[in-house]
Design a protein around this ligand. Sequence first.
Ligand SMILES: *Cc1c(COP(=O)(O)O)cnc(C)c1O
Length: 369
Amino acid sequence: MSTVAPILLTPGPLTTSARTRQAMMVDWGSWDDSFNQLTASLCEQLLAIVNGADSHYCVPLQGSGTFAVEAAIGTLVPRDGNVLVLINGAYGKRLAKICEVLGRRFSTFETAEDQPTTAADVERLLLADPGITHVALIHCETSTGILNPLADIADVIARHGKRLIIDAMSSFGALAVDAQKVPFDALIAASGKCLEGVPGMGFVFTRKESLAAAAGNSHSLAMDLQDQHAYMARTGQWRFTPPTHVVAALHEALLQYNEEGGLPARHRRYADNCQTLLDGMALLGIRSFLPEAIQAPIIVTFHAPKDPRYQFKAFYERVKAKGFILYPGKLTQVETFRVGCIGHVNQAEMQAAVNAVAQVLEEMEVLEI
Ligand SMILES: *Cc1c(COP(=O)(O)O)cnc(C)c1O
């Protein structure tokens, strides 16, 4: 193993600061007051980011992001609920899969991977099926980096008196969502994405009344967010063993988030990273998959070079040797690769990554882009 850790240009786990990693050098007792205060402070800071302190609870959950998504659907959708799942990529498909596994009735609406779901689509679907109780949506679909028009879609759903569940995993902390303006029952995110913590816990913002009404919905003990919240409200503690080091790291990451200037500053840095990446790759002739208008500044999908001398695995290994970890594509139709814009990285590092890509293509004698 090399002594210099590579920079992760991936959508989580991602590059964290030394300060965040340092915060994990302490062992915390789960019963201890200072750890419980850490959890409480964490939830309070997270709620502030969505402006949800009065209207919503923040319920943390052990596990990766998907655990929190599954817990949110299992807890908030009653067993006789009916979910409309909006899909334009792999994470949308995962929402449908979760509904299927949990035995919740659901229907899907799928657009192409470079096509955002529109509010008009949702309006038409809700009118066509009045039995729909909930709509589930991916905010930034990480499989391409496409941004779905959340605010417009949320308006339509609220107007029809339906409930909205948002997977905002890859956007939370960088793209603003105000709980007082965007009505939702649940918004789900995790420690190891735009907040630049380490992976290991998810959290769900739930409308207070919706969570109170959700007792008994869950098919699962460990994934029951209503019970998780009730226990935490009563005792100040996590129900089962908490990911103590992950909590401490996220708390430290949030201090840095606020020092940097909160969401506007985080958004700006990622938008600058994204622009540097797009401009640099364009100079190499590498085309991005999405038009800029629907590209979120989170992760960018690029068309792979056409040259038969290009092979992702070899390309990946050579770029890694120069200090950068890229991400494979996740599209079935076209050959692509992805580069994340998030994590503790700035424009200089993005430019260095582009330079590494340029050198590697030259080494591999990839001529036809
Ligand atoms: C990362 C991510 C998830 C969660 O994935 P895990 O592998 O379970 O952490 C869910 N949805 C989206 C949009 C994501 O980007």
